[in-house]
Write a protein that binds this ligand. Structure first.
Ligand code: DX5
Ligand code: ZN
Length: 217
């Protein structure tokens, strides 16, 4: 089964509560929340108070993707704001093992993300420790970018490692996912797909989620 984690980066921020409710009743499995600091990535998006304010609008797990430098500084605050899955980037933290264990110490799911240019072998030793690996299928920072094809091989590599070291591993793909490529990322081994622009592009949230889920076959 493929889970869908719509990214609210492409939602209408002026009515975010309504957008979250619409995702909830349209079959979303998680809510993907992209936090950007203008340092790790060039863009700035949203942060703690926004997450806290939308928390009452759904019981779906908040899948919080931290695109920030030294994320360990803010883990406790994101836990308190309502995060259920916390993703940190391999590239953003010198002590990634410590940070992942720190996330787990709050009883939350710990996830590690890899930029397109970071090889999967770098996180081989962490596969048994994490709940989820996020393969970035675009360079992080913006919604609406084009899927990078070579990342398919990385999904396959993570899938192989999961068979050996962590059978329950969630493997999430993030960036450029749409109805024309969701099947191939699923077949490569991912089981959670993030989709921002493909869900929010025309306001037809429910239809777009159905289309994405229906495109896997
Ligand atoms: C990119 C973010 C993604 C983004 C995906 O930095 O991590 O989650 O919102 O947007 P789409 O699906 O439009 O590529
Ligand atoms: Zn993301």
């Amino acid at each position: 089964m493929m889970k869908l984690s719509p990214s609210i980066l492409s939602a209408d921020f002026s009515k975010l509560g309504e957008e979250i409710k619409a995702l909830d009743k349209s079959g979303a499995d998680f809510i993907h929340i992209d936090v950007m600091d203008g340092m790790f990535v060039p863009n700035i998006s949203l942060g703690l108070p926004v997450i806290k304010s939308i928390r009452p609008y759904t019981n779906l797990p908040f899948d919080v993707h931290l695109m920030i430098e030294e994320p360990s500084r803010y883990i406790e605050e994101f836990v308190n704001a309502g995060a259920d899955i916390i993703t940190v980037h391999y590239e953003a933290d010198k002590h990634i093992d410590r940070t992942l264990n720190y996330i787990k110490s709050f009883g939350k799911k710990a996830a590690i993300a890899l930029n397109p240019g970071t090889p999967v072998c770098n996180i081989k030793d962490l596969i048994g420790l994490v709940d989820m690996v996020v393969i970035m299928t675009v360079n992080p920072g913006y919604g609406g970018q084009k899927f990078i094809d070579y990342t398919l091989d990385k999904i396959k590599e993570v899938k192989e490692l999961s068979k050996e070291f962590n059978k329950d591993l969630l493997i999430e793909v993030d960036g450029g996912i749409a109805s024309n490529n969701i099947k191939k990322v699923f077949e490569a081994g991912s089981n959670v797909a993030v989709a921002g622009s493909a869900v929010f592009k025309d306001g037809k949230i429910e239809e777009n989620i159905k289309l994405l889920k229906g495109s896997i076959g």
